[in-house]
Write a protein that binds this ligand. Sequence first.
Ligand code: C2E
Ligand code: CA
Ligand code: CA
Length: 282
Amino acid sequence: MNTTTSPENIPPEQIPAPQLAKEFQHAMLDHQLSLNYQPIVHLKTGLVAGFETLMRWHHPDRGMISPGIFIPVAEQTGLIVEASKWALKEAIRALKRLESHVGHNEHIYMSVNFSPSDLADESFLDEMYNVISASDVRPAQVQLEITGDLLKNQRENSKTILGLCRKTGLKIAIDDYGLGDPADFFKYMDDFPISTVKIDHLVVKDMLKVEGALALITDIIGRAKERNIDIIAEGVEHKEEALKLRELGCRYGQGYYFTKPLPERELTTLLLQISAFSDRLK
Ligand code: C2E
Ligand code: CA
Ligand code: CA
């Protein structure tokens, strides 16, 4: 028998979207989804400021399926809305457990990714209020990560919703910042009620190699500072990048140089061993 033709052996990227959507729907009910957490590190002190939650799908027959494959399908079918609600609740519960390992820091936060369909969903705000008020985390301990594309395509609606979120004290980060047209992304800093920009890993990767990338980062940091907006550099893989970012005034970094995103249990083990990443920043 040629096993390469059995449905389980099709590479995930070749599974037809309707089939994948059906399997994703089942995955939510069958507890196949989990979250990994990646520390966001203060580049001066090495202390953990927060964690980004990243969804993982462990399919019983197909193995791990990358979010790069299942998130777009979940977005197109609207299934992401249910998945995001689950992720938010799960992330808040995990924060309560993790904060005890980083010195009960009351400012430590969870940063959760949201998609265009989440913000467009009419129950989004109620759901946010309900989940946060039912927990004992403060709104400032939750950061919503949204991409610039979302802001561009749903301008008025996103502005209203994000404004209400900010009023309640939630943090709002623009994800994948620094890609595309600077005329667009620089405007986001004034047009939307954001608290944070996350410089995309592709910009960070080019920082010490490609002409113009360092100037772009310097420009982003300067403009963010003028507006009291926090900056997180993503995809920090090397010490030289971390140190350069710190020198430029970027306050936070996140990336494989500190640790890849980890399941809660492994992250807890790591935090019990080191509690901060200060050694990596010397
Ligand atoms: P993202 O939000 O930009 O997340 C950062 C991605 O960079 C993650 O990929 C993370 O594992 C990866 N990463 C972390 N450190 C490094 C590094 O040092 N170098 C490099 N090259 N990459 C690094 P991941 O987990 O595969 O997620 C991919 C994308 O899927 C995310 O990009 C996000 O857009 C989406 N995603 C993941 N989880 C969720 C979720 O719960 N909800 C939504 N709506 N989207 C999600
Ligand atoms: Ca993100
Ligand atoms: Ca990103």
